[in-house]
Design a protein around this ligand. Structure first.
Ligand SMILES: C[S@@+](CC[C@H](N)C(=O)[O-])C[C@H]1O[C@@H](n2cnc3c(N)ncnc32)[C@H](O)[C@@H]1O
Length: 434
């Protein structure tokens, strides 16, 4: 996507729109124009450029945005949020898998990748899980990659505040950390087990390391990408993963992986996947999206479950579906105001063709827009309305769970996650996939 792609016909894109497009092009992250504009302002202030956002200075800044300055701008929009033992079942599944692999091939080191690793919480947790499973440190190699140099610098130090330790089962902290100031320092032996490397998943030379990893963690990254970018990232992971390897995704990301060359492994609570064969064709635009463009920040959607099939005649349905498709296109193009207006028009219309399912989809989209605009409480409200109308709306359940998790409501997050997992399993069973 380039800046021109988001201009309205006949008008030049605003600097905010250009900044947003440049960021998405560089690292795949979808941010709102407002967030992109805020980040540029912050960089301009740091560089002593007068704060006139629509002035020539900004245009000039965006025209020459490369290298270290682009990296500095990206640092302002990444979300390096993570904590130790985030979704603990994933580490149980990975340690069990590693043990089995070592039993099969004791002479070969098992290779594990955490991408993205944020501040190191995920790869260090893997190192702890291996140690607690009695697996020798030199039996495995753990690589950890992230786009953010700031997060990686934190990871290499291995010092964490209380924020990295959530939930009640914190016995591991006593075993693997020592108190240091007002935080906790990871043991040197564990720290030395992880190799940190700065990398952008979209530009990694995957072919050079094809099949290198037995286990890959890629959690809570695809949720920030649009469908086209998620597809590109999944292709990289497919190449990096051994044919008999295991991928651990975030629970909201399983459908995106399944649409891009992976299939679920039935491990409770772990959201584990394996490669499906053969390699999938590159993602093409969905029927509802204009050519060459994927839908707004949403993993490719499942077909609606049969029990909730539309109840209206196609003739009445058409305008409702068209309005929803328009809203998706607008959100996809970064026209969040337009998308909101279209969704509201749909919800206000009380059209006879307005089935619960369409209203639910409109609320889901409104939630996505609110989330991109960093309005968590509005997003929460919209997604709740969505699941009220369509209790098996998998994506909304996942998004709500993630919001709860980030808001520190672990118990609510767990309930929503379990609900999402049940919906997902039902859908898989219905599709008859293994
Ligand atoms: C929410 S954290 C996820 C960390 C960890 N996997 C977890 O689930 O707790 C997302 C991370 O993705 C990184 N990131 C964003 N875009 C990336 C890209 N294109 N390539 C690699 N890492 C990226 C960010 O820097 C951030 O640290």
């Amino acid at each position: 996507m380039n800046a021109a792609a988001i201009a309205h016909p006949g008008t030049a894109p605003s600097n905010g729109a250009r900044a947003r497009a440049l960021l998405q092009q560089a690292c795949g992250l979808q941010v709102s124009e407002a967030a992109a504009e805020r980040a540029v302002r912050e960089r301009l202030a740091a560089r002593g450029v007068p704060d006139v956002f629509d002035g020539a200075g900004v245009g000039d800044y965006l025209d020459h945005l490369t290298g270290p300055e682009l990296a500095a701008l990206i640092e302002l929009v990444v979300v390096p949020e993570s904590w130790m033992y985030r979704d603990p079942d994933a580490f149980v599944a990975a340690a069990t898998f590693v043990k089995a692999r070592l039993a099969q091939r004791p002479q070969r080191q098992v290779r594990i990748l955490s991408l993205p690793c944020a501040g190191g919480e995920e790869p260090y947790t893997m190192a702890m899980a291996l140690s607690e499973a009695g697996i020798a440190a030199d039996a495995c190699r753990i690589d950890a990659m992230d786009l953010s140099s700031v997060a990686l610098a934190r990871a290499r130090v291995g010092w964490y505040t209380r924020n990295a330790f959530r939930g009640h089962a914190l016995g591991f902290r006593e075993r693997h950390f020592s108190v240091a100031g007002n935080g906790y320092q990871i043991d040197a032996a564990l720290r030395d087990q992880v190799t940190f490397v700065q990398a952008n998943i979209l530009t990694i030379d995957a072919a050079a390391s094809a099949g290198r990893y037995d286990v890959i963690f890629c959690r809570n990254l695809l949720i920030y990408f649009d469908a086209t970018t998620a597809s590109a990232a999944a292709a990289v992971l497919r190449t990096l993963l051994a044919d008999d390897g295991m991928l651990l995704g975030g629970y909201a990301e399983v459908p995106a992986f399944c649409a891009n060359g992976f299939m679920p492994l039935r491990l409770p609570g772990a959201f584990a996947l394996q490669k499906s064969a053969p390699a999938p064709a590159p993602l093409t635009a969905s029927a509802e999206a204009p050519a060459g463009r994927a839908r707004a920040g949403v993993p490719p959607r499942r077909a609606p479950p049969p029990a909730r099939a539309p109840v209206t005649a196609p003739a009445t349905l058409a305008p409702v579906a068209a309005l929803l498709a328009q809203a998706r296109r607008q959100a996809d193009a970064g026209d969040y105001r337009g998308a909101t207006t279209s969704c509201q028009a749909l919800l206000d219309s009380a059209a006879p063709g307005l089935a619960d399912q369409h209203a639910a989809d409109a609320y889901y989209l409104l939630g996505l827009v609110a989330d991109i605009e960093r309005n968590s409480s509005a997003a929460d409200d919209y997604w709740r309305r969505c699941v009220y109308l369509q209790p098996d709306h998998y994506e909304a359940l996942c998004r709500l769970a993630l919001l709860s998790e980030l808001g520190g409501h672990a118990a609510r997050a767990a309930v929503l996650r379990q609900r999402a997992a049940r919906v997902f399993q039902r859908q898989q069973a219905h599709k008859g996939t293994p």
